[in-house]
Design a protein around this ligand. Structure first.
Ligand code: AMP
Length: 116
């Protein structure tokens, strides 16, 4: 999968519409098209990184930015106190379907454990 063909790279470039909730030089956040809960946001790096397997040393700050933004959005959107779940699925056993790293930020209902 190249950046040219990647669904989430196309969203970042504006070639496919999205419901954006946040953007800066490094990251982009938008609402999931098939929400698994009342709140379901995806936070992605603008750099095409296929999965957690593909993080390089130079990306450590970028992934701090992604987690930091999850925390800020949870507060801004008003679900930080009730709680929420952050998930990053990786490859087949993890259930990853889009091969551009994304952190799911899911809230608004009681979650269960273990995951399916
Ligand atoms: P995963 O299965 O962990 O790879 O998650 C991929 C997520 O991307 C799923 O929750 C999909 O609903 C979501 N998704 C796929 N296409 C779009 C799109 N065009 N806009 C927003 N979310 C999408």
């Amino acid at each position: 999968m190249t950046e040219k063909d990647c669904l989430f790279c196309k969203i970042i470039r504006g070639e496919i519409p999205s419901d954006k909730v946040y953007e800066n030089d490094l990251i982009y956040a938008f609402r999931d098209i098939a929400p698994a809960a009342p709140e379901h946001i995806l936070i992605i790096p603008k750099k095409h990184i296929a999965s957690l397997n593909d993080i390089e040393t130079e990306d450590k700050m970028l992934f701090g930015e992604i987690m930091y933004r999850a925390s800020v959005l949870a507060k801004e959107l008003g679900f930080s106190e009730q709680g929420y779940r952050t998930v990053a699925n990786t490859l087949d056993h993890g259930g990853q379907t889009v091969h551009h790293f994304h952190l799911h930020l899911i809230a608004g209902r009681q979650m269960t454990w273990p995951p399916g």
